[in-house]
Design a protein around this ligand. Sequence first.
Ligand SMILES: Nc1nc2c(c(=O)[nH]1)N[C@H]1C(S)=C(S)[C@@H](COP(=O)(O)O)O[C@H]1N2
Ligand SMILES: [Mo]
Length: 186
Amino acid sequence: MRPLVPFSILLVCILCAGCASPYGKAAISPEFADWMLTLNGTSERNLTLAEVMALPSVEGNGYAVSTVGIRYGPYRCRGVDLQELASLVGGIPNGGSVWISAPDGYLWVFDDMQLRGEGFITFDENLKEIPSPALRVILMYEQDGHYLTYDEGGPLRIAIISDEPGIVTEGSAWVKWVHRIDVHGT
Ligand SMILES: Nc1nc2c(c(=O)[nH]1)N[C@H]1C(S)=C(S)[C@@H](COP(=O)(O)O)O[C@H]1N2
Ligand SMILES: [Mo]
């Protein structure tokens, strides 16, 4: 007897049910279900990943180089602008800075000029230093159309992005596994 639903279709349905969200896009990995982002400024807020992803997002080209000269990218990066996140806890005061922390103890500080996308050292694809175009510092959750995996620094990683492609920035600022952001005053 011929089965009512061909086995191949059944298999596809079973496989998709496990990985698709109602939006037809891969769901956030269960390993990140409890991930919280703490934002601290003049007030403090804890955001779930879903809440971070519900904020207005920006997209651009990201390309990084490690201290030993290995290049990562180019990637299409999507996430939330750090200025947007800071605005949820009082904004960035003039002369202030934003401290980005990860559970492994890594800490990176951006000054207010860098949060406006200025004052970064940038390179072309051959790692020759070039004048910096306008940049944006984002908390990235999506890279090349998929959510970041843990190995890629997910669920939340800093990325420095530009509208034009081929702009390489220093990998040390691309903080992986971000779980805390502190806005400091002057
Ligand atoms: N949490 C965290 N983020 C981090 C680091 C780290 O040690 N911990 N190293 C940084 C440095 S110095 C570089 S060059 C890049 C390396 O990125 P990769 O691990 O994807 O190769 O991550 C950056 N982000
Ligand atoms: Mo590095």
